[in-house]
Structures are given as C-alpha cells and as structure tokens.
Design a protein around this ligand. Sequence first.
Ligand code: IPE
Ligand code: IPE
Ligand code: MG
Length: 231
Amino acid sequence: MPQHVAFIMDGNGRWAKARGMPRLEGHRQGVESVRKVCEQLVREGIPYATFYAFSTENWKRSQEEVGGLFKLFRLYFGKELGKLGEQGVRVRFIGARDKERLGADIVAMMEEAEAKTAGNTKLTALFAINYGGRDEIVRAARKLAAESGEIDEARFGDALDTAGVPDVDLMIRTSGEQRLSNFLLWQLAYAELVFTKVAWPDFGAEELQSALDDFMGRERRFGGVVENMGG
Ligand code: IPE
Ligand code: IPE
Ligand code: MG
C-alpha cells in the first residue's frame, strides 16, 4: 500500500461548465470529493495525503474566480477542517504563507487548524495553497543558504514544506491532463503516476480504489533490477 498519495484535483471548472453552472460550483462540489477521499484513506490506513488546492500560477485567473476560491477556503477551513479533525485527521498546509497575498485571516485559520489537529494520527492531510514546486525548492535553498553546514538530500528535504513527510508513492491527477503543473517536484521523484479522465467533483471512493489497484500492480524498481522470480 502507498504511504503517501498526492492529488492534483483538476477539472472542477470543466465539470461545472458541462452542466451549465459557474466554475465556482465545480470548486464547491470538489470539497465533497476531498471529504470522501479522506474518509477512504482513513479506512485504508494510508497515513499521508496531499491535495493541490491552489497553485502559485492560479493567481493568473480572473479576480472573480480567485475571490470565489478564497471565499470557499474561508468556509472550508472553518467547517470542513473541523470535521476532518474530529475524525482524527491531522491538517497541514504547504505553500508560501504570504499574509499579504492570502490574507492574514486565512493564514490565521491555517495556523489554528494545524495547532488544533497536531495530535491527530489517523491521516495527515496536507493542503497545498499558494504552492509551487519551484517556489518551495527556492525557499528551501534560501533557508539553507542562510545556515551553515553540509547540504545533502536529507537536509534539503527537511528544509522543504513537507519536512517529515515521506516521498509521494502515488500521484493521481483527475480530468485527463497529463502533466505535473509545478506540483511536488522534489517529492514526486519516484512516484507512480495515475491519470484519470474523471473530473475531481466526480472522484470518490470507487475511483480511488481503482487507482490503488493500479498502483498495487506496478513494479517499482527505483533504478535497480528486480530479480526474475520464475528462474
Ligand atoms: C482545479 O480545477 C481546481 C483549481 C485549480 C483551483 P480547475 O479550476 O483547474 O478546473 P478546469 O481544469 O479548468 O476544468
Ligand atoms: C493544477 O491545475 C493546480 C491545482 C489543481 C490547484 P491547473 O488547472 O491550474 O493546471 P494547468 O493550468 O492545467 O496546468
Ligand atoms: Mg485545471
């Protein structure tokens, strides 16, 4: 079983458009999918998950959409994250915690959710907000440049937002696009990738199960050679 599953929650806008609804309705429905997926991960005993919610590139979208998304985050952080916490989920955020860009209230809500759920152990759910893989790597490099000592992979990994979280085993992207879009560039080094045509608002326990089955059938070699079992 994978220890860490990461999700590029894509296709909310197209899902809504196909139903004659505003894009934001797709984002709203996407929140439901996060809830369902977290429940399933807890059931499966998978300890880490990361959800890509807002990228450093998503600021390019219309003011209306960005504003709507942050309204949704405010709602979500208050209510849904509380529910997740009650289910034993530990919440963490990755991405640049820029108070000016995100809003001081959002950052305060993030810190509160992290503090409140810090003792939970069933599942650690990381939410990537104002997150870019390159930005994270540059911030880590800056941090290390300001300190002294040898730099190796372990120390570099500890300077990333995901410090203490194992590398991603399985990355799932919904809605057909087959690219990383600046997600977890360091942590995905040896991840198995699953791309599904299903849009994020339609993604649930069944779709997750099929991705897990796919993962279980893969042979992971990490650059080595798997001995021929049959002789
Ligand atoms: C993913 O869905 C959610 C965010 C990026 C916030 P999109 O909004 O990218 O939906 P599509 O890809 O345009 O359909
Ligand atoms: C990636 O999706 C970001 C999130 C899911 C938050 P995008 O929809 O922004 O990615 P591109 O533009 O298709 O690469
Ligand atoms: Mg998209």
